[in-house]
Design a protein around this ligand. Sequence first.
Ligand code: PEP
Ligand code: MN
Length: 332
Amino acid sequence: MIIQLKRSVTKEKALELATQIGAIHLIENERQTLVTSSKIKEVNGVLDGLVEQTFMFDNDLQLAHINYKPEGRNVQIGSVTIGGDTQHTMMIAGPCSVESEEQIEASAQLMKSLGIKALRGGCFKPRTSPYSFQGLGLEGLKLLAKMREKYDLAIVTEVRDATHIDAVIEYADVVQIGAKAMYDHGVLRACGRAKKTVLLKRGFGTTLQEFVQAAEFILSGGNEQVVLCERGIRTFETQTRFTLDLCGVAFLKEKTNLPVVLDPSHAMGYAYGVADLTRACVAMGIDGLLIEVHPNPKVAKSDAAQQLNHQQFSLLRDSLPPIATAVGRIMV
Ligand code: PEP
Ligand code: MN
């Protein structure tokens, strides 16, 4: 249950009430707000006369629930706002991993030349094998920061675990929580305290309910800047890397107030399917895309098979605005 307290209730009083009823205290839009488990259907006694409005839910999809904020939440990605009252479909693109200055600069230049406002690139990679490239770490973050300065691009980069979360939060404009890290509650909690936008990817074995509950951890930690990212779930199919759950996307659009970004690159796992999938995603009227692009995919140190080369990506980018327009959206 979300309990919005009257404006006359001070922060100190709200904190005291939160302790008394076992709730999380938040300040939402400058209103003192208490959030309890949705299983609690009423809180009597201590709150009498202090409540402006309550919101009830069937399960712990609460702060992210569309009924709590029917207008949706505006979320900032660098200079661009997505979600809420905007109709933006934002392109976020770049290599899977930052590999060298030369490589990330070639990517940054491509994004700049295409008018794209956000550059992605992982520096702390959650690889399945310990023998694969693990990312450049802090050195990679510094390269991304350099690209932001030089090309005026928002930086989207992932956090693997709590050991380097402060550095990622410091350098990134958007902290990406990957499909594996989304189970890490240390990461979720740290992102709840952060004053940075968080792109939360759905784990490939995660139900929609578990996914939105992970988002609730961040929101209830005090960070309202959360974006959901569907990147494919694991099914019985082995010919594609994952299965992009577009039904799940329809659910998230209908039931949540958070912007939804799609990542067809990881879902497909092969460059050949990425362009068609991306166009299908844009036709769904989504808030953004996360696409892997590499100056020379053949030599990419991670996710080589799925990255588009610059020519493929430029052609794809050019094909998207009419589709966005057809569904009442603007490609950014
Ligand atoms: C990535 O974006 O490169 C990545 C590792 O994605 P995911 O966490 O979805 O596997
Ligand atoms: Mn990748």
